[in-house]
Design a protein around this ligand. Sequence first.
Ligand SMILES: [Fe+2]
Length: 203
Amino acid sequence: MKNKRESPASDGTTAQPRLHQRAAEIQAYGTVNHLLPLELEETVRLEMTAQLNQLLADTMTLRDLYKKSHWQVAGPTFYQLHLLFDKHFDEQVELVDSIAERIQLLGGISIAMAHDVAEMTRIERPPRGREAVPVQLSRLLDAHQVIIGQVRKLARRAGELGDDGTNDLVVSEVLRRNELQAWFLSEHLVDAPLVHAEPVHAK
Ligand SMILES: [Fe+2]
């Protein structure tokens, strides 16, 4: 029996939402749109979007490593590191968006979901449990090193291929931000005295 509550209009339109829909993708991952007024060859855009997706996977992983560190940090430096880790997290969030949208504007498809990120990233997986501050800092610095190394190669390649927009993004935003964050972290691993300075012995 027909449900009277639906009461569709004569042209078939109805106020009922069409739920649980699935359909074929409209663009496959790993492809780029053909027709874009960017004056960049399809082969260039294919290579750049592939490399940018690797950078995206690693940046999303570093972003999440910062939140893990923000939540789980312990010890006498809790307050300053809790705040610093969240500041860096916020900055990595912005980088993630810039990289992902660069991929899309080049006609490609950005990875987005945690499953895909986990499969792609080259950053070492940390344990679920809590680690001491020096280990947290070391893991974050190792992750920055992975990203900084890749960004330098990507920037040179983008320059060679004439993709100046990608070159500018990865140098001006990604490289510089990662270098700065790595500096802020590494200064916390200097074993400088907090209370007692070593006295200088007279000869
Ligand atoms: Fe928080």
